[in-house]
Design a binder for this molecule. Structure first.
Ligand code: 2RA
Length: 330
């Protein structure tokens, strides 16, 4: 199968290529796509060298699937052009996520909604993916009424510029700033841009995307997204209020039995998820599961995942795997 990776030279694009190789996705020909400044560069994939091309050339090469991770503007312009050429697009930007005509997919939760007519499929935001992975089975069992989430997000979510800023600050050197403030020895309560309502786009993604993926606008969600000087993954402190009461061990059992979830939860042995150990893995790790005694039918938990993998690249490749498995793509 001819597969295009649009944004192949970026942080997530590079991980998409790695995941495609690791999972032995049936790529017969890779079409790495990037901006004009990278056209002509070479990329090695499965031991073979490929030349980076621009989007126009990529369409002419007729890929079956195009995995996009090139920002919202590029997706808005080029995803429809790829789709009009018969290519199934899986887009990692926020461009199409809240479009009523587009599916927003975490394969373990709602891949079954996909049809061959879905030519542009939206990959949810990283912090949303890891949260709904844990919440979907609990919503099904206990009906979630309210979610209060605080995220502690890796700088890799911002990209190479942020990683460079932290490295420079760590060495006490001056460099390009990805954030309005130092990130070393700091926590910045500002992920993405502020909206009129005082929340950031990142926080509103957690609200809107969660309701869309769980297909339930009655779920009340409020979020605070924090950037911290960590590289391995995003962490989330989540407080849930259910319609129905629950049993904590039953919650652990439900999560343990959910594909893609690993429960790490034993205070006696200091066992709980941490980004340093989640890095490079595709699972979503859940721990610190405990009743919130201050409120009826309420539960606290801690959720950690590698934001570049299950939060982006792996989820996108899993969508592509679903399309192939269900013969929704030629
Ligand atoms: C972030 N989730 O972490 C956003 C985009 N990757 O910055």
């Amino acid at each position: 199968m001819k597969v295009a990776v649009v944004g192949a030279t970026g942080l997530v694009g590079t991980i998409i290529l790695k995941v495609l190789e690791e999972r032995n996705f049936p790529v017969t020909e890779l079409i790495p796509v990037a901006s004009e400044k990278s056209v002509g560069n070479k990329i090695t994939f499965k031991g073979k060298s490929y030349t980076v091309v621009n989007a126009t050339t990529a369409i002419d090469l007729k890929p079956a699937i195009a995995l996009f991770s090139a920002g919202g503007e590029t997706s808005k312009e080029w995803a429809p052009k790829f789709a009009d050429a018969g290519v199934m697009v899986i887009d990692n930007s926020s461009a199409w996520r809240m479009d009523k005509t587009k599916k927003l997919v975490v394969p373990e939760i709602n891949a079954n909604e996909l049809t061959a007519e879905d030519k542009i499929i939206a990959n949810p935001n990283c912090s949303t993916i890891q949260m709904v992975m844990a919440l979907a089975p609990l919503h099904k069992k206990y009906q979630i009424n309210r979610i209060v989430v605080s995220t502690y997000q890796s700088i890799t979510g911002t990209g190479v510029k942020a990683v460079n800023q932290l490295e420079k600050e760590y060495k006490n050197e001056k460099g390009e700033m990805a954030y309005p403030y130092p990130i070393h020895r700091n926590a910045i309560p500002h992920c993405d841009v502020f909206e009129e309502n005082g929340y950031t786009k990142e926080e509103m993604k957690l609200v809107n995307e969660t309701q869309k993926i769980l297909n339930d606008k009655s779920i009340a969600v409020t979020a605070t997204a924090i950037r911290i000087p960590v590289v391995g993954g995003h962490s989330e402190s989540v407080n849930l209020e259910f319609e129905n009461d629950f049993n904590e061990n039953e919650v652990r059992q439900i999560l343990n039995e959910t594909p893609g979830i690993v429960v790490q939860d034993n205070p006696d042995t200091n066992t709980y998820p941490m980004p340093i150990y989640a890095e490079g893995k595709d699972d979503v790790f859940v721990g610190r599961i405990r009743r919130d005694y201050s409120r009826k039918n309420s539960l606290n938990m801690w959720i950690v995942a590698d934001n570049l993998r299950k939060g982006a690249a792996t989820n996108a490749v899993q969508i592509a795997e679903y399309l192939v498995a269900k013969k929704l793509v030629n």
